[in-house]
Design a protein around this ligand. Structure first.
Ligand code: ADP
Ligand code: MG
Length: 341
């Protein structure tokens, strides 16, 4: 192998609570799979990852367990998360080259201990040089904002486990807020709604399909209907009902309100010069949650600011991480400083 080939396997990783995306230097996005692992309960050996593991959710027998190791934005199960990362990296590159540089994004509120854990996992997965970047910063770079200039930008990244809200200026995060209300909680709210209002038990995957297809945060131009199948909690027998998007909006409203309030809260804490910038430029929404119908309109009404949904919001963070990886010198100032041990 030629020496120049040494860093050709450099990668940027968005290790999200719901989805893991990998950017390979010079290539772009080479992997986009759910952050899910199935493993053997007794040996902890990994049986499947990503799409393959997702197929097994809710259908495994007692020896196999399926988990999302990152659930709330930080690594909940180190051993499994590390195994997943290693398996994803092996999957993307057939030719295993141990010397590699990795840029990994992490939630903005992460502690030193958690940073250390992410670094360790990356090193165990083969990284020789690890750089960390805060998720909202990566999202801002991914959507094309100039994060170096002396202008305030607000980014709201709504993922599976966390919503990260940040004001960015001069290559740094000026203020931020991270809450554990995001896509997963919206899905759970739908499950609970059907229990409480229809006496029907539905699975998480069904609830997610409902959310994605008819979920909304603001009245739709044309309201929708969906057939929902589940188990009647009284008779125990499978049952199907038709529900409207108005009803699902009501089911989601409490959590949507929490997200809106967190945005209003951070706006209140933002220094006035930056508020003026945000007044002109508005708010950018990224992450899968940005696709919730009418969320942009709801935020527009409640903040009276321009609100933009990023193009392809699910890949914004990894695209930003990729840009940083491709030009580490230009972006060195946005990397998280962390203590050397
Ligand atoms: P993470 O960064 O935490 O992995 P993502 O940015 O990949 O999360 O977003 C995943 C979340 O986005 C999931 O909760 C998923 O249900 C939600 N999501 C994806 N598409 C839509 C959609 N069209 N409407 C509402 N939510 C969506
Ligand atoms: Mg994310």
């Amino acid at each position: 192998m030629a020496r120049f080939g040494l860093f050709s396997n450099d990668v940027g990783i968005d290790l999200g609570t719901a989805n893991t995306l990998i950017w390979q230097r010079g290539k772009g996005i080479v992997l986009n799979e759910p952050s899910i692992v199935s493993f053997d309960r007794s040996t902890k050996a990994i049986i499947a990852i990503g799409h393959e593991a997702q197929e097994m959710v809710g259908k495994t027998h007692r020896d196999i367990k399926t988990i999302r190791p990152l659930k709330d934005g930080v690594i909940a199960d180190f051993e499994i998360a590390e195994g997943m990362l290693r398996a994803f990296i092996r999957k993307m590159s057939a030719t295993w080259q141990p010397a590699r540089r990795m840029v990994i994004c992490v939630p903005s509120g992460i502690t030193e201990v958690e940073k250390r854990a992410v670094r360790d996992s990356a090193e165990h997965a083969g990284a020789k040089e690890v750089h960390l970047i805060a998720e909202p910063m990566a999202a801002a770079i991914g959507v094309g904002l100039d994060v170096h200039e002396a202008m305030g930008n607000m980014v709201v990244d709504i993922g599976g486990g966390t919503t990260e809200i940040a004001v960015i200026a001069l290559s740094g995060i000026v203020s931020d807020e991270s809450i554990r209300i995001a896509g997963d909680e919206l899905t759970t709210a739908i499950v609970n709604w059907f229990k409480r209002h229809h006496n029907i038990l539905i699975g998480d995957r069904t609830a997610e399909i409902i959310k994605v297809n008819v979920g909304s945060a603001w009245p739709l131009e044309e309201e929708l209907e969906i057939e929902v199948k589940g188990r009647d909690m009284v008779t125990g027998i499978p049952k199907s009902i038709i529900v409207s998007s108005e009803e699902i909006r009501e089911a989601l409203n409490e959590n949507v309100t929490v997200i809106v309030e967190a945005v209003l809260n951070l706006l209140e804490k933002t220094p006035p010069e930056l508020s003026a910038d945000i007044y002109d430029r508005g708010i950018v929404l990224t992450g899968g949650g940005a696709l919730l119908k009418g969320l942009d309109e709801r935020l527009r009404r409640e903040t009276s600011l321009p609100v933009h949904v990023a193009d392809d919001p699910l890949t914004a963070v990894v695209r930003g991480t990729g840009k940083v990886l491709e030009d580490l010198t230009a972006y060195s100032s946005v990397l998280l400083k962390s203590k050397r041990y």
